[in-house]
Design a protein around this ligand. Structure first.
Ligand code: URA
Length: 246
């Protein structure tokens, strides 16, 4: 018991240390580093990506520099869902490539032992919501997506999930948590518990499990939230290892 406790304390300490290391400006990932796609009917998922790239279902489609479809393994057992692309993502066409993304990579690595290419990362909306859509080159131009933008984009995520068939989803922050769980409470009241994804994608009795946790940007603003995130990720690790929810 003492030994287990000591190991847990060591784990937590090394996780906290690794998240506290300086987050450098993230260089764009070389193409060779991008996960190989198309493991399952590649035509279906690339057709969907093509639709997203030319989508004009809401105003975001007219202002974006790049649509950010999603990235990772099409066989992933876990899908991380954020709110929507920011400045860096809009410029690079990849999800979570800024400082938040760097922190997300560290959390995945230290707690789950997973790399970006092992998981799938997507967002609720695929295009950068900007305060001033005329200035995509401006920093500090981010805003949360509107209800209308969320509703327009929502079907794309379900198509991605139907294709990937993950065992679980981790929602990052209040926006994806509320949208995917039809919840009205924010992430601080929802996190740390498993939920069933309310959309029946694979027939009755096969719900995708959903774990809400804090958005990495929230951890950058308030490092005290790292500990709760660690607890949430340990629950995810246990689920991925055993297939069971305790
Ligand atoms: N924040 C998000 O919610 N998604 C991204 O892709 C990047 C930052």
């Amino acid at each position: 018991m003492k030994r287990e406790l000591a190991a847990a304390v060591r784990d937590l300490a090394s996780y906290m240390r690794s998240l506290d290391e300086d987050l450098a400006e993230v260089p764009p990932r070389p193409a060779a580093d991008l996960p190989a796609g198309g493991e399952r009917r590649p035509d279906a998922i690339s057709a969907l990506a093509g639709q997203v790239r030319s989508c004009r279902k809401c105003g975001l489609g007219y202002a974006r520099l790049n649509a950010v479809f999603g990235a990772g393994s099409h066989k992933a057992r876990i899908v991380f869902v954020g709110e929507g692309p920011g400045f860096q993502e809009d410029h690079q066409g990849e999800p979570f490539v800024g400082r938040s993304g760097q922190l997300l990579d560290k959390i995945m690595d230290t707690v789950l032992g997973l790399k970006r290419a092992d998981v799938y990362i997507a967002n609720i909306v695929k295009c950068h919501p900007m305060k001033n859509p005329e200035t995509p080159e401006a920093h500090g131009n981010d805003r949360p997506p509107t209800q209308e933008e969320i509703s327009a984009c929502r079907p794309y995520l379900d198509e991605q999930l139907r294709f990937i068939r993950p065992a679980c989803i981790v929602t990052l922050g209040s926006v994806p948590t509320k949208v995917l769980l039809n919840a009205d409470k924010g992430v601080s009241l929802m996190r740390g518990r498993w939920y069933d994804y309310p959309v029946d994608l694979f027939g009755p009795g096969h719900p995708i499990k959903v774990m809400p946790t804090y958005h990495p940007a929230a951890l950058l603003r308030n490092p005290n939230l790292k500990r709760d995130t660690w607890e949430d990720m340990k629950m995810v690790r246990a689920f991925l290892e055993t297939g069971r929810i305790n």
